[in-house]
Design a protein around this ligand. Structure first.
Ligand SMILES: [Zn+2]
Length: 142
């Protein structure tokens, strides 16, 4: 059994679907933060079989939009004085602003540099977004 020292202050992203840990690490740019970060991969889990875990020994801001686009199984635990003080479930973001481009080449947000793209989640079970300007559907994959 692999034993990893728990952190006393910071953030634990738990229940990451096995294989998504590295993607989350890269997309959240966790290599850039000035704090110890641990990425655990393929840890045994009762619920998921295998899971990935990320531990950050600092209270950094986690981009819940990016996290929600990569893995909706993950949970974010805030640790203070060695105890979990809050647990939140990651959700698919309902609205996205500026993060990705509309795939319609004639869309105002593609043509005009000053127009910031805005998308609204289509409630169809997929991670699909409708452009708020031209109504084009974009399936978003990270
Ligand atoms: Zn558009």
């Amino acid at each position: 059994m692999l034993k990893v020292t728990g952190i006393t202050q910071g953030i634990v992203i738990d229940h990451i679907t096995s294989g998504n840990g590295l993607k989350i690490f890269n997309k959240l740019k966790l290599d850039k933060i000035d704090a110890p970060v641990v990425l655990l991969m393929k840890v045994n889990s009762h619920i998921l079989g295998k899971k990935d875990i990320i531990k950050i020994q600092d209270h950094v801001n986690i981009d819940m939009t990016i996290l929600g686009l990569i893995d909706q199984n993950a949970t974010v635990n805030i640790i203070k004085n060695g105890e979990i003080t809050s647990k939140s479930k990651v959700e698919i973001p309902k609205k996205i602003k500026g993060l990705f481009q509309c795939k319609n080449p004639r869309c105002i947000t593609t043509v005009d540099d000053y127009a910031i793209s805005e998308f609204t989640l289509v409630p169809n079970g997929k991670v699909q977004y409708r452009c708020n300007y031209c109504e084009e559907l974009t399936e978003y994959k990270l």
